[in-house]
Design a protein around this ligand. Structure first.
Ligand SMILES: Nc1ncnc2c1ncn2[C@@H]1O[C@H](COP(=O)(O)OP(=O)(O)OP(=O)(O)O)[C@@H](O)[C@H]1O
Length: 299
């Protein structure tokens, strides 16, 4: 199964170009859409989910023309927005039965099977009798996934699901997505590089409404082999380095010195040693090179 976007653009009425000629094919598996705040991730998710229309472009899911056959497409879609509903004081199990009835699954035995499966996949079986209103943030997110699984969707879109989750909940949630990603297209957006690193078979980096990179995390990391250099310097020296070399990121060590990572085709100077590239390096160099291009274009 392939979701295919061609030349999708969207400018809001305030003049913000949120999507700028997005062309991409997304296959079965976990697809991570990585980008900073305001990159256009939610705009892209809402556009694919047919909640807003692009100004131009086409979207196809196999032979469904998404923008023209919205009703047909929505039957195959499970969408979890960034903010979702307030829940009544009902248990997860009762609420899922209620949603399943609304979706027209009227046979009790069929409903039981679908609800039990959704609870199991999302790891909520043990807490199925608790009120969803009293669930933690992570449990609510997993309940959101359980709810959308009732439809048996082919395409699942989850907008920034890990924002605000503590590390244990984040881990549990990513495991649920990993499980689902084996037989669906799952698109999820995040600004957390580790989410993508741990989970995704495919990824893209979005900024300013543009796809800046698209490949597997492994391929993107490999593309930086031999180009990342590191050194440890004092804070003052680090400031000087900013003007001399292409600094990607820096972090303090225990002695309050800065460990600096630098991008360069060649060793910048004798104080630098080669470093294994990481996905974080990919993310920052991609965003930096875009800024650099914008600066040189405006010069
Ligand atoms: N309905 C709207 N009307 C006008 N501008 C909008 C609207 N929705 C989003 N924008 C703007 O479009 C740009 C992209 O926003 P979007 O919410 O898609 O980004 P995002 O990557 O999801 O960011 P975040 O992680 O902060 O949610 C931003 O500059 C935002 O201010």
């Amino acid at each position: 199964m392939i979701l295919s976007l061609k030349n999708v653009s969207k400018t809001y009425s305030n003049g913000v170009k949120a999507l700028d000629d997005v062309t991409i094919d997304i296959h079965n598996g976990m697809f991570g859409l990585l980008g900073p705040n305001g990159a256009g991730k939610s705009s892209l998710m809402r556009t694919i989910a047919t909640l807003q229309s692009p100004d131009s472009g086409e979207i196809h899911l196999e032979d469904i023309n998404v923008l023209e056959e919205k009703i047909e497409f929505r039957k195959t879609l499970g969408y979890l927005p960034q903010e979702f509903g307030v829940y009544p004081k009902m248990s997860a199990q009762d609420l899922l039965h209620y949603f399943a009835s609304l979706k027209g699954i009227s046979k009790k035995s069929e409903r039981n099977a679908i609800v039990d499966k959704a609870l199991e996949v999302t790891n909520l079986t043990e807490v199925r009798h608790k009120h969803v209103a009293g669930y933690s943030g992570g449990m609510k997110q997993r309940f959101g996934i359980a709810q959308l699984l009732l439809n048996d969707p082919k395409l699942i879109i989850v907008d920034e699901p890990t924002a605000g989750l503590d590390p244990a909940e984040r881990h549990r949630f990513l495991n649920v997505l990993r499980e689902i990603g084996t037989n669906h297209i799952v698109i999820f957006s995040t600004h957390i590089v580790d989410d993508v690193k741990e989970l995704c078979t495919d990824m893209a980096i979005l900024n300013g409404g543009k796809i800046l990179a698209h490949a597997t995390p492994k391929e993107l990391v490999a593309s930086l082999t031999g180009k990342i250099w590191t050194t440890t310097v004092s804070r003052e020296e680090a400031e000087k380095l900013q003007n001399e070399v292409n600094v990607i990121s820096s972090s303090f060590d225990q002695d309050n010195n800065l460990k600096v990572r630098v991008y360069g085709d060649n060793q910048p100077s004798a104080i630098f040693s080669p470093a294994e590239p990481t996905l974080e390096d990919v993310y920052f160099t991609t965003l930096n090179s875009e800024q650099h291009e914008a600066l040189t274009e405006n010069a």
